[in-house]
Each structure stands twice: as C-alpha cells, then as structure tokens.
Ligand binder design. Structure first.
Ligand code: GAP
Length: 448
C-alpha cells in the first residue's frame, strides 16, 4: 500500500514521533501490540488542542449544537437494531498456503501478496469486539465495544430534545473512543483497532438533508484549511454504491493527498432516518420530533460528519513536516527539520530559553518563564529548557513545531527585554519583559 519513497516519509514521521514523545508503540517493552499506539507527552497536548479546536468550531461557535458523552458499553440490542451485528463486516480471505488473512477489498490481485498462494472464498468478518459484562462468561452477558460513537447519540435523541428543547435543525457532537477488530491495520496511526472519534449527528427535516449535507462538507473542509492544510491537498470523494455503509444514502470522504496517494481523513454521511427508525422499532420507544410548524411528529434525517483523531493528528504532522537548508552559527548550512504546525495545534506554544545556565541569568529566566506560564493567556503548554546550546534548543523546538521561543540573554539583565524568535522565519525581535505576554498572545492569536 505504501510505496518505498512514501515509506521514507512516513518512517521519518514515525521516528520523530517516538524520539520527541508524540506517539509510542503500545506495550513496547513486551514487543508492542500490533496497531495499538500511545500518545506521549507532546502527542497528548496535540490531541487536546485538536479536540478543543473542533469543539470550539463545531459546538461553541454555533447556536445549533450540543454535546454528549455516552458510555462505550451499550445494551447489545442497540447493536442488533443499528444493523452492526449483521452488517458491520469486511470481506475476509485467507491464504490456503501461508494462512495469512487479508481484507479482500484491500488486495491488488487475486493471489496472496506474501507467498502468491491461492486465496479462500471471501467471508464476512464482523469487526465488533465482544466482551462479557459481569462475572459470568455466557452468551447472555455478551456486550460489544462500540465501533462508532454515533449510536450513543441516537439512543439519547429523546433525552437531548427534552433536556435542551432544541428545534430542528440541530446537532449533537461527541468525542470518544471506538474499537474495531480491523482485518488489516497499518500506516502508523492511520488504521488501528482502538481509536478516538470526533462525531456529529446533525438532525434535519427530511428534504433538507441534501443541502445540509453539502454545507457540512464545506464546514469540515474549512476546519482543516483554517488549521493550515492547503485546499488542493484535500478533495471530496463520493462513495460508490458498493462502498456505502448499510445505513447511508450518500457518503463523501474528505481525502488528503498523503505521500503514498489519496486517503480518507473523514467521512460525511447522509444516514437518513435509518437509525432513529431502527431504534424506535426495536425499543418500542418512538424517537421522533414534534414539529410545532406542521403539528406533526417527524423522524428527522441525519447528516453525520465523522473523523478519527489519530488520523487527523497524523495528517497534520505529515502536512507540517518540513526540511529546509538553514545557516549555522559557524557560517555553514544544515538541514533544519521543522513542523509548521498551526499554533492552535502546536503541542508547545512557547518555549523560554535562557542563553546559558549562568547563575545571574537563571533567576531572571525563571521569572520570565513564570510570568508567561502563569499569565493564563497562552492557552497551552509553555516549556522551559536550559540544556545544551541555544542553537540546538531552537532546533529541538522547531522539530516539535513550537511557534515562538523566548530567549533570555545577558542584555536582558540590563534592558529588561528578551528576544522572541519565530519558528518559520527564524526572525528575532526584541521586546520588553513587561509587554512580553501581550506580544506572545497577539502573535499566537494572529496566526489563527
Ligand atoms: N459513524 C460513522 C463512521 O464510523 P467511518 O467512515 O467508519 O464512519 C469515520 O469512520 C472516520 O473514523 C474515518 O474517516 C476515519 O477518520 C476514522 N476511522 C475509521 N476507522 C478507523 C480505524 N480503524 N483507525 C483509525 N481511524 C479510523
């Protein structure tokens, strides 16, 4: 799936992620668990920033959205009603010689890609993880780990309408983990068995669905481009009939141009009234909306923007990864690696760097750091670093995408001023310590 040139790029990202604490392999000391990954100290900051940005844009900036946080474990009947027990499956084939298993629709040819052996007929493999609730391991206590957060929203439809008195159209957003026993995983954090999702179920009057579907596609693309992805690296791809999920009337994927080709970052589906009707039928509780204009109960249609967080993090990292030639202090050039991450996503917003560990400089540097960190205005992680040479520290911050570095030098002792260094231009500006927080805030805000 990944060609060799692209592999190099991905390997650089994987290596940077491990070295600098974005992503670690799960249970690495035991040899790792395939397709499970842990977010490290910087990864966790980036994930938080990404979720905050999405929530701010999709929920807080609008008047038609509310949030929900449903449990991972749901009544198993919910998964029967939603169609996941019968239909949430992929075609599995097995090599008759080496017994490796593959997802049939991910294969390029009719034979085993590892040993060229003959493949079995495909059978449908259900991707839901099963476990047992309570101390007895019997069929009656079987439950599923949710493969999407959406069903937690649908089964709460009446609760939310009653609690919030929202009128159509309105949406419910949720961020949470999902689990899929994928047949094939890979490409780092692109396809895993455990991942976190950003989901919206947006309820509309039937008939308004196609217009609103288009609007959500535009809004989602705008979220990625506002966070720095060039529009021409994104495209919308409609699902073919044979790709559509069992619940969807139409789905568009937003795809990103990865080094190895176009790939899905998120999907925006028109789920019609499939889910609300299915849960109404199965539970005997009518999930519907009383329309005060027509004095009728209607079952809304649903438009669903749905994105994986790991996939978004990986996409923003790949997009931001830059290598360029830069001059060294010794008058030579070297390759500078930097992540041109949007400041909203950058795991470290500001790094405070004393020029040296000199005992006269240290207390002032500490004071500057505390002033910035405790100001409460930076909206993210502020780091202090006094190890190694200043040049190496700049490079370290560039490599993790820190937009601004503040350098405290010997002149600072006399002029009560420090230097702000910009990650992308490497320009350095002298500003007074008194105005430092204003200046940093302004620069970080300006980039939004
Ligand atoms: N509720 C709709 C839904 O689940 P989906 O297309 O199956 O739709 C939505 O998943 C998004 O979730 C995908 O576009 C992708 O970003 C992410 N995703 C799906 N499966 C994933 C996996 N195994 N690993 C990581 N992310 C995944």
């Amino acid at each position: 799936m990944v060609d060799s040139a692209a592999q190099v790029d991905l390997e650089k990202i994987v290596s940077l992620c491990k070295r600098r604490g974005f992503v670690f392999q799960s249970s690495e000391i035991y040899g790792g668990l395939s397709s499970s990954w842990d977010f490290g100290p910087l990864g966790v900051e980036m994930v938080r920033n990404l979720k905050d940005s999405w929530w701010r844009t999709m929920v807080w900036s609008r008047n038609d959205m509310v949030g929900l946080d449903a449990a991972v474990l749901m009544h198993p009947d919910a998964w029967r009603a939603s169609g996941h027990v019968d239909s949430f499956s992929d075609p599995l084939v097995e090599c008759r010689d080496c017994h490796r298993r593959y997802r049939e629709d991910h294969l390029d040819g009719p034979r085993c890609p590892t040993c060229n052996g003959e493949l079995s007929e495909p059978r449908q493999f259900n991707m839901m993880f099963k476990t047992f609730m309570g101390p007895v391991e019997e069929q009656a206590s079987e439950v599923y780990l949710r493969p999407e957060t959406a069903q937690g929203i649908f089964v709460n439809f009446n609760n939310v309408v009653t609690a919030t008195r929202k009128r159509l159209p309105f949406g419910i957003a949720q961020i949470g983990k999902a689990f899929r026993n994928e047949i094939t995983t890979g490409n780092f954090i692109f396809r895993n068995r455990e991942f976190e999702m950003l989901e919206i179920e947006y309820f509309v009057k039937p008939g308004d669905d196609e217009k609103v579907h288009q609007q959500w596609m535009d809004d989602c693309i705008a979220w990625y481009t506002d966070l720095g992805i060039e529009r021409d690296r994104l495209r919308l791809r409609p699902h073919e009939d044979d790709e559509l999920s069992h619940y969807a009337k139409a789905t568009y994927d937003i795809e990103y141009r990865y080094p190895w080709g176009w790939g899905e970052i998120m999907g925006i589906a028109n789920r019609t009234d499939f889910d609300l009707k299915a849960h109404s039928d199965a539970s005997g509780q009518a999930l519907s909306y009383f329309d005060p204009e027509s004095n009728e109960h209607i079952v809304p249609y649903v438009i669903e923007p749905s994105a994986g967080i790991g996939r978004a993090v990986m996409t923003f990292l790949i997009d931001a990864y830059t290598e360029e030639e830069a001059p060294t202090a010794a008058g030579k050039t070297e390759t500078r690696v930097l992540l041109k991450l949007h400041p909203t996503l950058a795991p470290v917003k500001v790094a405070v760097l004393p020029l040296s560990r000199n005992e006269k400089l240290a207390p002032l540097a500490q004071r500057v750091f505390e002033t910035v960190q405790q100001s409460g205005r930076i909206n993210g992680y502020v780091q202090f670093d006094d190890t190694q040479s200043i040049g190496r520290r700049y490079r370290r911050q560039d490599e993790v995408g820190t937009p601004l570095c503040v350098t405290v030098d010997f002149d600072s002792l006399d002029d009560d001023a420090v230097t702000i260094r910009d990650r992308d231009t490497m320009d350095q500006d002298r500003v007074s310590i008194d105005s430092l927080v204003d200046e940093l805030t302004q620069r970080l805000e300006q980039a939004r």
